[in-house]
Design a protein around this ligand. Structure first.
Ligand SMILES: C[S@@+](CC[C@H](N)C(=O)[O-])C[C@H]1O[C@@H](n2cnc3c(N)ncnc32)[C@H](O)[C@@H]1O
Length: 253
Protein backbone atom coordinates (compact mmCIF):
# COMPACT_ATOMS: atom_id res chain seq x y z
CA UNK A 1 0.00 0.00 0.00
CA UNK A 2 1.40 3.39 -1.01
CA UNK A 3 1.70 5.37 2.20
CA UNK A 4 2.94 8.56 0.56
CA UNK A 5 4.04 9.68 -2.88
CA UNK A 6 4.99 12.76 -4.86
CA UNK A 7 6.82 13.19 -8.20
CA UNK A 8 10.13 11.83 -6.99
CA UNK A 9 9.59 10.07 -3.63
CA UNK A 10 7.46 7.18 -2.49
CA UNK A 11 6.97 5.44 0.85
CA UNK A 12 5.31 2.04 0.67
CA UNK A 13 3.85 0.25 3.69
CA UNK A 14 4.37 -3.41 2.77
CA UNK A 15 6.23 -6.66 3.39
CA UNK A 16 9.36 -6.78 1.24
CA UNK A 17 8.92 -10.56 0.97
CA UNK A 18 5.85 -9.98 -1.23
CA UNK A 19 7.07 -11.04 -4.69
CA UNK A 20 4.28 -9.09 -6.40
CA UNK A 21 5.08 -5.77 -4.73
CA UNK A 22 6.64 -4.33 -7.94
CA UNK A 23 6.48 -5.70 -11.46
CA UNK A 24 9.33 -3.99 -13.28
CA UNK A 25 13.10 -3.42 -13.16
CA UNK A 26 13.29 0.15 -11.86
CA UNK A 27 16.10 0.33 -9.27
CA UNK A 28 19.52 1.96 -9.90
CA UNK A 29 20.89 1.76 -6.35
CA UNK A 30 19.81 0.03 -3.15
CA UNK A 31 21.11 1.36 0.16
CA UNK A 32 19.77 -0.57 3.10
CA UNK A 33 20.22 -2.04 6.51
CA UNK A 34 18.03 -5.12 7.02
CA UNK A 35 16.87 -6.33 10.44
CA UNK A 36 19.87 -8.02 12.09
CA UNK A 37 17.86 -10.67 13.97
CA UNK A 38 19.37 -9.69 17.30
CA UNK A 39 16.12 -9.28 19.22
CA UNK A 40 15.56 -5.57 18.44
CA UNK A 41 12.12 -4.43 19.52
CA UNK A 42 10.67 -3.30 16.17
CA UNK A 43 7.09 -2.14 15.93
CA UNK A 44 5.95 -4.98 13.60
CA UNK A 45 8.84 -7.26 12.57
CA UNK A 46 9.76 -10.19 14.85
CA UNK A 47 13.55 -9.89 15.26
CA UNK A 48 14.10 -13.30 16.87
CA UNK A 49 14.00 -15.92 14.11
CA UNK A 50 16.27 -18.95 14.16
CA UNK A 51 19.48 -18.30 12.23
CA UNK A 52 18.29 -20.63 9.44
CA UNK A 53 14.99 -18.73 9.18
CA UNK A 54 16.95 -15.48 9.12
CA UNK A 55 19.10 -16.70 6.22
CA UNK A 56 15.96 -17.79 4.35
CA UNK A 57 14.38 -14.35 4.99
CA UNK A 58 17.59 -12.74 3.67
CA UNK A 59 17.55 -14.85 0.50
CA UNK A 60 13.91 -13.98 -0.23
CA UNK A 61 14.22 -10.21 0.06
CA UNK A 62 17.57 -10.18 -1.78
CA UNK A 63 15.99 -12.16 -4.65
CA UNK A 64 12.97 -9.82 -4.83
CA UNK A 65 15.22 -6.77 -4.95
CA UNK A 66 17.36 -8.44 -7.62
CA UNK A 67 14.27 -8.96 -9.77
CA UNK A 68 13.22 -5.30 -9.36
CA UNK A 69 16.68 -3.94 -10.23
CA UNK A 70 17.97 -2.63 -13.55
CA UNK A 71 20.90 -4.53 -15.10
CA UNK A 72 23.41 -1.90 -13.97
CA UNK A 73 21.98 -1.67 -10.43
CA UNK A 74 24.16 -1.69 -7.34
CA UNK A 75 23.38 -2.85 -3.82
CA UNK A 76 25.00 -1.40 -0.67
CA UNK A 77 24.15 -3.74 2.16
CA UNK A 78 24.86 -2.59 5.73
CA UNK A 79 25.15 -5.60 8.06
CA UNK A 80 27.18 -6.46 11.13
CA UNK A 81 30.48 -8.25 10.62
CA UNK A 82 29.31 -10.90 13.05
CA UNK A 83 27.04 -11.28 16.03
CA UNK A 84 27.40 -12.69 19.47
CA UNK A 85 23.89 -12.34 20.89
CA UNK A 86 22.14 -15.73 20.70
CA UNK A 87 25.15 -17.59 19.36
CA UNK A 88 28.27 -16.47 17.50
CA UNK A 89 27.60 -16.13 13.76
CA UNK A 90 29.59 -14.71 10.82
CA UNK A 91 26.63 -12.66 9.53
CA UNK A 92 28.62 -10.66 6.96
CA UNK A 93 30.16 -13.78 5.40
CA UNK A 94 26.84 -15.67 5.36
CA UNK A 95 24.87 -12.80 3.83
CA UNK A 96 27.55 -12.26 1.18
CA UNK A 97 27.12 -15.88 0.14
CA UNK A 98 23.32 -15.68 0.17
CA UNK A 99 23.26 -12.45 -1.87
CA UNK A 100 25.37 -14.22 -4.49
CA UNK A 101 22.98 -17.20 -4.45
CA UNK A 102 20.16 -14.69 -5.09
CA UNK A 103 22.05 -13.53 -8.21
CA UNK A 104 23.98 -10.49 -6.94
CA UNK A 105 27.63 -10.20 -8.03
CA UNK A 106 30.18 -9.28 -5.40
CA UNK A 107 32.13 -6.02 -5.84
CA UNK A 108 33.74 -5.03 -2.55
CA UNK A 109 33.32 -4.56 1.18
CA UNK A 110 33.57 -1.27 3.02
CA UNK A 111 34.37 -1.52 6.71
CA UNK A 112 32.47 1.06 8.72
CA UNK A 113 34.35 1.91 11.89
CA UNK A 114 31.66 3.17 14.24
CA UNK A 115 34.17 3.83 16.99
CA UNK A 116 31.62 2.38 19.39
CA UNK A 117 33.63 0.93 22.25
CA UNK A 118 30.68 0.85 24.65
CA UNK A 119 29.75 -2.52 23.12
CA UNK A 120 32.72 -4.06 24.86
CA UNK A 121 30.94 -5.50 27.86
CA UNK A 122 31.55 -9.21 27.32
CA UNK A 123 35.18 -10.12 27.78
CA UNK A 124 34.72 -13.88 28.04
CA UNK A 125 37.54 -14.93 30.34
CA UNK A 126 39.07 -11.74 31.78
CA UNK A 127 42.85 -11.66 31.31
CA UNK A 128 42.97 -15.36 30.71
CA UNK A 129 43.49 -17.43 27.57
CA UNK A 130 40.76 -19.77 28.77
CA UNK A 131 37.99 -18.24 26.55
CA UNK A 132 38.52 -14.53 25.72
CA UNK A 133 36.02 -12.84 23.34
CA UNK A 134 37.23 -10.55 20.57
CA UNK A 135 34.62 -8.03 19.39
CA UNK A 136 35.26 -5.73 16.42
CA UNK A 137 33.43 -2.37 16.80
CA UNK A 138 32.69 -2.26 13.07
CA UNK A 139 29.90 -2.95 10.62
CA UNK A 140 30.12 -3.76 6.93
CA UNK A 141 28.71 -2.16 3.81
CA UNK A 142 28.93 -4.96 1.28
CA UNK A 143 28.70 -3.76 -2.31
CA UNK A 144 27.15 -5.88 -5.07
CA UNK A 145 25.85 -5.30 -8.60
CA UNK A 146 23.32 -7.02 -10.82
CA UNK A 147 24.98 -7.71 -14.19
CA UNK A 148 27.87 -5.39 -14.90
CA UNK A 149 29.72 -3.01 -12.66
CA UNK A 150 30.57 -0.39 -15.28
CA UNK A 151 27.60 1.76 -16.17
CA UNK A 152 27.01 1.81 -19.92
CA UNK A 153 25.10 5.08 -19.99
CA UNK A 154 26.51 8.52 -19.23
CA UNK A 155 25.22 10.45 -16.25
CA UNK A 156 26.00 13.34 -13.96
CA UNK A 157 28.12 12.69 -10.86
CA UNK A 158 28.06 15.14 -7.96
CA UNK A 159 30.90 13.79 -5.85
CA UNK A 160 33.83 16.14 -5.11
CA UNK A 161 37.48 15.29 -5.63
CA UNK A 162 38.14 15.05 -1.89
CA UNK A 163 35.06 12.91 -1.24
CA UNK A 164 36.05 10.54 -4.05
CA UNK A 165 39.62 10.22 -2.74
CA UNK A 166 38.44 9.60 0.81
CA UNK A 167 35.48 7.32 0.16
CA UNK A 168 37.21 4.98 -2.32
CA UNK A 169 39.35 3.95 0.63
CA UNK A 170 37.21 1.16 2.09
CA UNK A 171 37.60 2.10 5.74
CA UNK A 172 34.90 4.62 6.65
CA UNK A 173 34.95 6.23 10.06
CA UNK A 174 31.92 8.09 11.42
CA UNK A 175 29.63 7.69 14.42
CA UNK A 176 26.39 5.76 14.61
CA UNK A 177 22.98 7.43 15.00
CA UNK A 178 21.09 7.92 18.26
CA UNK A 179 17.97 5.75 18.49
CA UNK A 180 16.45 8.15 20.96
CA UNK A 181 16.96 11.25 18.84
CA UNK A 182 15.42 9.60 15.76
CA UNK A 183 12.71 7.61 17.56
CA UNK A 184 13.55 4.32 15.79
CA UNK A 185 15.31 1.27 17.30
CA UNK A 186 18.01 0.92 14.62
CA UNK A 187 18.58 3.96 12.38
CA UNK A 188 21.82 4.36 10.46
CA UNK A 189 23.51 7.77 10.34
CA UNK A 190 22.84 10.00 7.32
CA UNK A 191 26.51 9.84 6.40
CA UNK A 192 26.13 6.21 5.36
CA UNK A 193 23.52 6.62 2.57
CA UNK A 194 25.01 10.03 1.66
CA UNK A 195 28.34 8.45 0.78
CA UNK A 196 26.79 5.45 -0.99
CA UNK A 197 24.46 7.65 -3.04
CA UNK A 198 27.15 10.12 -4.16
CA UNK A 199 29.75 7.43 -4.86
CA UNK A 200 27.56 4.83 -6.58
CA UNK A 201 24.70 6.67 -8.33
CA UNK A 202 24.12 9.46 -10.83
CA UNK A 203 21.97 12.51 -10.22
CA UNK A 204 18.39 11.56 -11.14
CA UNK A 205 18.88 7.82 -10.46
CA UNK A 206 16.27 5.76 -8.59
CA UNK A 207 17.42 4.87 -5.07
CA UNK A 208 15.60 2.11 -3.18
CA UNK A 209 15.54 1.11 0.48
CA UNK A 210 13.56 -2.08 1.20
CA UNK A 211 13.80 -1.47 4.98
CA UNK A 212 13.33 2.27 5.10
CA UNK A 213 12.69 2.62 8.86
CA UNK A 214 13.00 6.29 9.78
CA UNK A 215 13.62 7.30 6.15
CA UNK A 216 17.36 8.09 6.30
CA UNK A 217 18.10 6.83 2.77
CA UNK A 218 15.18 8.79 1.31
CA UNK A 219 16.30 12.03 2.98
CA UNK A 220 19.78 11.79 1.47
CA UNK A 221 18.43 10.72 -1.93
CA UNK A 222 16.07 13.71 -1.99
CA UNK A 223 18.75 16.16 -0.87
CA UNK A 224 20.99 14.91 -3.69
CA UNK A 225 18.35 15.10 -6.42
CA UNK A 226 17.75 11.37 -6.79
CA UNK A 227 14.34 9.72 -6.98
CA UNK A 228 13.64 7.33 -4.12
CA UNK A 229 11.31 4.59 -2.95
CA UNK A 230 11.33 3.19 0.58
CA UNK A 231 9.40 0.22 1.94
CA UNK A 232 8.66 -0.67 5.54
CA UNK A 233 6.36 -3.27 7.06
CA UNK A 234 5.50 -0.91 9.93
CA UNK A 235 2.94 1.83 9.32
CA UNK A 236 4.30 3.68 12.33
CA UNK A 237 7.81 3.81 10.79
CA UNK A 238 6.34 4.90 7.43
CA UNK A 239 4.78 7.85 9.27
CA UNK A 240 8.06 8.52 11.07
CA UNK A 241 9.91 8.49 7.73
CA UNK A 242 7.40 10.90 6.18
CA UNK A 243 7.63 13.29 9.15
CA UNK A 244 11.41 13.16 9.11
CA UNK A 245 11.64 13.74 5.36
CA UNK A 246 9.30 16.70 5.73
CA UNK A 247 11.49 18.14 8.46
CA UNK A 248 14.84 17.57 6.75
CA UNK A 249 13.98 18.05 3.09
CA UNK A 250 11.05 20.43 3.17
CA UNK A 251 7.28 20.16 3.19
CA UNK A 252 6.05 17.29 1.07
CA UNK A 253 3.22 18.01 -1.30
C1 LIG B 1 17.54 -1.78 10.65
S1 LIG B 1 15.97 -1.05 10.43
C2 LIG B 1 16.28 0.10 9.13
C3 LIG B 1 16.59 1.48 9.65
C4 LIG B 1 16.85 2.54 8.58
N1 LIG B 1 18.08 2.29 7.84
C5 LIG B 1 16.93 3.91 9.24
O1 LIG B 1 17.95 4.60 9.07
O2 LIG B 1 15.98 4.28 9.97
C6 LIG B 1 15.03 -2.29 9.66
C7 LIG B 1 13.59 -1.93 9.29
O3 LIG B 1 13.05 -3.02 8.55
C8 LIG B 1 11.65 -3.07 8.78
N2 LIG B 1 11.22 -4.42 8.37
C9 LIG B 1 11.40 -5.57 9.03
N3 LIG B 1 10.89 -6.61 8.34
C10 LIG B 1 10.39 -6.10 7.18
C11 LIG B 1 9.74 -6.67 6.05
N4 LIG B 1 9.50 -7.98 5.97
N5 LIG B 1 9.38 -5.86 5.05
C12 LIG B 1 9.62 -4.50 5.12
N6 LIG B 1 10.22 -3.92 6.18
C13 LIG B 1 10.59 -4.70 7.21
C14 LIG B 1 11.52 -2.74 10.27
O4 LIG B 1 10.21 -2.28 10.58
C15 LIG B 1 12.62 -1.68 10.45
O5 LIG B 1 12.09 -0.36 10.35
Amino acid sequence: MIFYQNDSLQIVNADILDVGLFDEEFIDLIVTSPPYNVGIDYETHEDTMSYEEYLDFSYRWLKNCYNWSKKSARLCLNVPLDKNKGGLKPVGADITKIAQEAGWKYQSTIVWNEGNISRRTAWGSWMSASAPYVIAPVELIIVFYKEQWKKTHKGESDITRDEFMEWTNGLWTFSGESKKRIGHPAPFPRELPRRCIKLFSYVGDMVFDPFVGSGTTIIEAALHNRKAIGVDISKEYCQLAKDRIEKEVGVLV
